[in-house]
Design a protein around this ligand. Structure first.
Ligand code: NAP
Length: 496
């Protein structure tokens, strides 16, 4: 990252203009009735820009254009290699505009610009390139079942893919959907979160510049209950992929049932257990990672290590270490490259997080760090909070707060740790810290979660699926498996 001072980023902010339209048919578009909503930055409460509030007619326009692009074959019937090359050019353009993209993310949802640049955009650009490179390396099947007939099992694109995404990783989570759907030959209509449409709108513009034909990628802006609902209910949408809250995920299943019964793929909430045994290879490292796992992205992570399960023998040492880590974080302006923790994404979300802390203070748990009051500065800032003595059945241990609020629970043996860890409606991330190989293997096997990290947290790669089970959803994103939801098999028999 070359811009190393706050002033550098403020200058870039002054130099760029922010998107004001949706992206439909390869160009910026307003809502048909001209309706707009203001976009407010969590950094300082400033109005950044106004964006179209798409109504049902605008969504229909975007879907029709995506369907026309699909049916024309301009993307779905070109060679996979050509599709891959376009995605790679798109990744190159995002790399060339990495500063601007990081700035947009910091402005729209408050992620520290250093993290947006180093983490979010690294994954975004890398994943688009990875799918681009995969394009011509996929094989169909021809099973040898019969002598007098030839069977071909081919994977075909589905048509128009709708993607609805949240604000916590606006680019990364949209990229968990877009390149996989595109490389398979589909066209895409994306609805980003109302809080964070800027980076995705700019990315769509860059995709057009990279040679993506008009209509192949559309971005519609507007509220979930209007724009999102219209998209999820559209009969021309062949499949729907979603990342967001469990409540909205359930609602999408209703929209599907009430329209064309499209498949709905859900990446939902979490309450990830992070289990530290006394035989962890390094208690100090486990402590630092536990602090990171609840404060990274201001705790606004579906996989946040929000339930810290600590063996009774090391409880005091771990709590002291984690509170020291969190108390030492540099909280500040997301445009300052030295900032480690920025604000929460919106005023409403900040108020919700503080209300959860307040509710926790009325239980038997003790608040050993943090407060239920906002930080005294412009923007939606809170201090990290740690509760000890949390009852495993309490709201503090069950409800996804989606902020920097850690609940510490204790256990005495492996069975108890697993019982507490699995005592959740969610099943997304989980971590185990131990140097005992048998324990690591046994506990990992028994954890009811889509992701298990042993002596690490949040490890991942483009080649490995990411996703959960239970109320955390189904159908992992990323990797070769991430393509399955965007293709459908066809069996063709030929008499020979
Ligand atoms: P959210 O409220 O569920 O919103 C997600 C998206 O759904 C937004 O684009 C939202 O639009 C839209 N939406 C809201 N109501 C809708 C409706 N009735 N019909 C159609 N679309 C609708 O979630 P969020 O607050 O943005 O994000 C936080 C949640 O995402 C947390 O629960 C977190 O755990 C989860 N998450 C999961 C993963 C994962 O991979 N499992 C990753 C990241 C986040 P508006 O913005 O306009 O409301």
């Amino acid at each position: 990252m070359k811009l190393t001072r706050l002033d550098d980023w403020l200058k870039l902010r002054a130099d760029i203009s922010l998107p004001t339209g949706m992206w439909i048919d390869g160009r910026s578009a307003a809502a048909e009735d001209g309706a707009t909503t203001p976009l407010i930055s969590p950094r300082d409460g400033e109005i950044l820009t106004h964006l179209p509030a798409a109504g049902a007619q605008d969504v229909a326009r975007a879907v029709r254009s995506a369907k026309a692009a699909f049916d024309s074959g301009v993307w779905s019937r070109i060679s996979p290699r050509e599709r891959g090359e376009t995605l790679i050019r798109w990744a190159d353009l995002l790399e060339a505009h990495r500063d601007e993209m990081a700035l947009l993310i910091a402005l729209e949802m408050g992620k520290p610009v250093t993290i947006a640049w180093n983490v979010e955009l690294k994954t975004t650009i890398g994943l688009i390139r990875w799918y681009g490179e995969l394009a011509d390396k996929l094989m169909d099947e021809s099973p040898r079942g019969k002598n007098d007939a030839l069977a071909l099992v081919t994977r075909e694109p589905m048509g128009v893919v709708a993607a609805i995404t949240p604000w916590n990783f606006p680019m990364t989570l949209s990229t968990f959907k877009m390149p996989a759907a595109l490389v398979a030959g589909n066209t895409v209509v994306l609805k980003p979160a109302s809080q964070s449409p800027l980076s995705v709108l700019r990315a769509a513009e860059l995709a057009s510049e990279a040679g993506l034909p008009d209509g192949v990628l559309q971005v519609v802006t507007g509220s979930g209950p209007v724009t999102g609902a219209a998209l999820a209910s559209d009969n021309d949408v062949a499949t729907l992929t979603f990342t967001g809250s469990t409540d909205v995920g359930k609602q999408l299943l209703h929209y599907s049932a009430d329209s064309n019964a499209k498949p709905v793929w859900l990446e939902l909430g979490g309450k990830s257990p992070n289990i530290i045994f006394p035989d962890a290879p390094s208690i100090e490292e486990a402590i630092d990672v536990a602090g990171w796992a609840i404060s990274f992205n201001s705790g606004q992570m579906c996989t946040a290590g929000s339930r810290l399960l600590v063996h009774r023998d090391i409880h005091d040492q771990v709590v002291e270490g984690v509170t020291n880590y969190l108390a030492g974080l540099r909280i500040g302006d997301p445009l300052d490259p030295d900032t480690e923790m920025g604000p929460l994404a919106s005023q409403r979300h900040r108020n919700d997080v503080l209300a959860e802390i307040s509710k926790g203070m009325q239980t038997r748990a003790q608040l050993v760090l943090g407060s239920d009051q906002p930080l005294d500065r412009p923007g939606w800032f809170v201090e990290p909070a740690v509760f000890t003595g949390v009852d495993p059945d309490d709201r503090l241990a069950q409800h996804e707060i989606f902020g920097p609020v850690m609940s510490v629970l204790t256990f005495e043996n492996d069975d108890e740790a697993i019982r507490i860890a699995n005592n959740s409606d969610y099943g997304l991330g989980s971590a185990v810290w131990t140097s005992n190989l048998s324990r690591a293997a046994q506990v990992s096997r028994r954890l009811d979660a889509g992701l298990v990290w042993v002596n690490c947290f949040e490890e991942g790669d483009y080649s490995v699926p990411f996703g959960g089970r239970k109320l955390s959803g189904h159908g992992g994103d990323k990797s070769v498996h991430g393509l399955e939801k965007f293709t459908t098999t066809k069996t063709t028999w030929m008499a020979v």
